[in-house]
Design a protein around this ligand. Structure first.
Ligand code: DGP
Ligand code: NA
Ligand code: NA
Length: 208
């Protein structure tokens, strides 16, 4: 029987090197014929994604709770497609997902928007088989060419986001020291990914 695809997720604060590592991983999986696709959230190409893009670039202001739900809805609108791809044997290498949703919203310290509230709209989405958490200190991340213009790219905020990722760390997480050279990080990523493909985790259904 065809093995289902793997859902491999990269999480981390801004400038933790996720995108570089996603690209390198996808390239490797292509060579080994794992049929990978590179996805990222927020997906700015959809109608909801355009709202998110305008919010992140501070072109519009939106209520905090509403923003949380729009980010979640942007994952939800891709959810059927994700299940279908994974079940057809395609592996998804995904740059950010629900953990970012929680870590960034919780960093705003808004009364009533606690962890349970934040988690609710994420229920039923496909669950990653492996979470590669790119750990880097907010100081090192900020020094990488400096943060850009986007809304959340501020050192104080990123510190809170980093603490939230630590708090959210769960099963299937592998922590990677993202302060290392790119190739060394990639080697550690490949080890975790090879472990996943040779484990029995992909013989069961996609988690949700
Ligand atoms: P990126 O395109 O990966 O640089 O991500 C855009 C920014 O949006 C980044 O600062 C992280 C943040 N972000 C990603 N997902 C969510 C989410 O679900 N909720 C909130 N509030 N922020 C998010
Ligand atoms: Na960013
Ligand atoms: Na990125």
């Amino acid at each position: 029987m065809l093995q289902r695809g793997a859902f491999i997720l990269f999480e981390g604060i801004d400038r933790s090197g996720k995108t570089t590592q996603c690209n390198k991983l996808v390239e490797c999986l292509q060579k080994s014929e794992r049929k990978p696709e590179h996805w990222r959230f927020p997906d700015r190409s959809t109608e909801l994604g355009k709202v998110i893009n305008n919010f992140l670039s501070s072109k519009v202001e939106l209520d905090d709770a509403a923003v949380h739900l729009v980010f979640a809805a942007n994952r939800r609108e891709k959810c059927k497609d994700m299940f279908n791809k994974l079940n057809s044997g395609i592996s998804l290498v995904v740059d950010r997902y629900s953990y970012s949703g929680m870590a960034y919203t919780l960093a705003k310290d808004i009364p009533d928007m606690d962890q349970q509230w934040c988690m609710m709209p994420e229920r039923g989405l496909p669950e990653p088989d492996l979470v590669l958490y790119m750990r880097v200190s907010p100081e090192v991340a900020a020094s990488r060419g400096g943060y850009g213009e986007e809304r959340y790219e501020k050192a104080e905020f990123q510190k809170k986001v980093a603490a939230n990722f630590d708090m959210l760390k769960g099963k299937n997480w592998v922590e990677i020291d993202a302060g290392q050279p790119i190739q060394k990080i990639h080697d550690e990523v490949m080890k975790a990914v090879d472990d996943l493909y040779s484990s029995s985790r992909l013989s069961g259904p996609v988690g949700k």
